[in-house]
Design a protein around this ligand. Structure first.
Ligand SMILES: [Mg+2]
Length: 371
């Protein structure tokens, strides 16, 4: 089999106004992503998505279009089953993990369709067909966050992630403490609560805030910037610290272990360069006894579904975050893929090969095409 053509489509989908997503970096009101279609001489088409979040990883729709346009001509004529050779070629350029993810997803989709296997079977086989999902509450007033968290728990979610922090401006530490207290009081003790500051606290602020909320049984995600900062915070508090922005590569994972910088890592195929690289990070984490949780970037239901396949092939019980698509005004997936019911995700058709989704092409922007 040979790759014959690659289409690179920009996509832009606004969020539902009441679901505008305010995090430490500011308000996110749309996804500006890239959809890749890799065509083969056997008529199989693989689908992938790049889901860049500029303040998170420095990638954007423009940078992903540029990276993918640079590499697409080199992939024409290559065998799409040669996954690691193609990923190695992409890795001749550093970083660009969101863009690389689009190629990884599309290749897995082709391999799955060619072998008539769903992706979870390419990742070790089905461990569970239902995966609990968390819902994220964006930054608002303590009362509003408590109300929204309560609504999500009533909908069936048993894990709530709440956003905190502020990048590039002063943080009101007392208000952060109040937000955590309000949400914990509202959802009660039976709900797993993750407070994600997305690097938005200085280390000394993080330590001060966390010491005041340790009684509320909260996981603290990426309280501050960098692995050294995480290690400093972790040494000073007893709450569990999760690394997200600081854990995107196998090398990051080794460094986090070496410095004892986190109690858990946030695993996202969309930030880690795709399913293959993520499986290597999971291998390191499992070998070292480092717990992990699944989450996602700002993506469509295509990425949410590809990521769900990975969670279905591993047995972890910590809820995954594959609900980002629910914030968007349009769903680019017209058939198949992830369905969400009462806080639990599954795929519509367990036997569908590859990622198992069909896209509504009318939502895709004009492509740049290489053949
Ligand atoms: Mg996070």
């Amino acid at each position: 089999m040979k790759i014959t053509k690659i289409d690179i489509h920009p996509i832009s989908i606004p969020y539902i106004p009441e679901r505008v997503f305010t995090v430490s970096y500011g308000a996110i009101d749309s996804v500006m992503n890239v959809i890749v279609k890799i065509h083969t001489d056997e008529g199989i088409v693989g689908l992938g998505e790049a889901a860049p979040v500029f303040p998170f990883n420095g990638e954007s729709q423009e940078s992903c279009m540029a990276f993918l346009s640079r590499f697409a001509p080199k992939l024409i004529g290559m065998n799409p089953m040669a996954l690691t050779s193609i990923l190695e070629l992409l890795d001749t350029v550093y970083g660009n993990l969101a863009a690389k993810t689009a190629i990884d997803f599309a290749l897995y989709d082709i391999i799955g369709k060619a072998t008539k296997q769903p992706i979870y079977n390419l990742l070790g086989g089905l461990r569970k067909d239902k995966v609990p999902i968390h819902m994220t509450v964006p930054i608002k007033t303590p009362k509003e966050m408590a109300q929204e968290a309560t609504k999500r728990v009533e909908e069936g979610f048993r894990t709530i992630e709440m956003k905190l922090g502020r990048v590039g401006a002063a943080v009101d530490a007392d208000l952060e403490v109040e937000r955590i207290k309000s949400v914990r009081d509202a959802v009660g003790s039976g709900v797993l609560l993750i407070a994600d500051a997305n690097t938005g606290w200085a280390p000394h602020t993080a330590i001060s805030i966390i010491r005041k909320i340790e009684q509320y049984d909260v996981f603290i995600e990426q309280p501050t910037k960098g692995i050294a900062g995480l290690a400093e915070v972790k040494r000073s508090v007893s709450a569990a610290i999760v690394a997200d922005e600081s854990c995107s590569t196998p090398e990051d994972t080794v460094e986090i272990l070496r410095r004892d910088a986190a109690d858990m890592i946030s695993v996202k195929p969309a930030k880690m360069g795709g399913l293959y690289k993520t499986s290597r990070i999971i291998a390191i984490a499992e070998s070292a006894g480092l717990p992990y949780r699944y989450d996602g970037m700002e993506s469509t239901r295509l990425t949410c579904t590809a990521s769900l396949h990975m969670a279905m092939a591993t047995a972890k019980d910590v809820a995954g975050g594959f609900s980002q698509y629910t914030r968007q005004q349009k769903d680019i997936v017209k058939k198949g893929g992830l369905i969400l019911e009462k806080g639990v995700a599954s795929v519509q058709d367990l036997d569908a090969p590859g990622i198992g989704v069909e896209l509504d092409d009318s939502f895709l922007g004009t492509p740049v095409t290489f053949s």
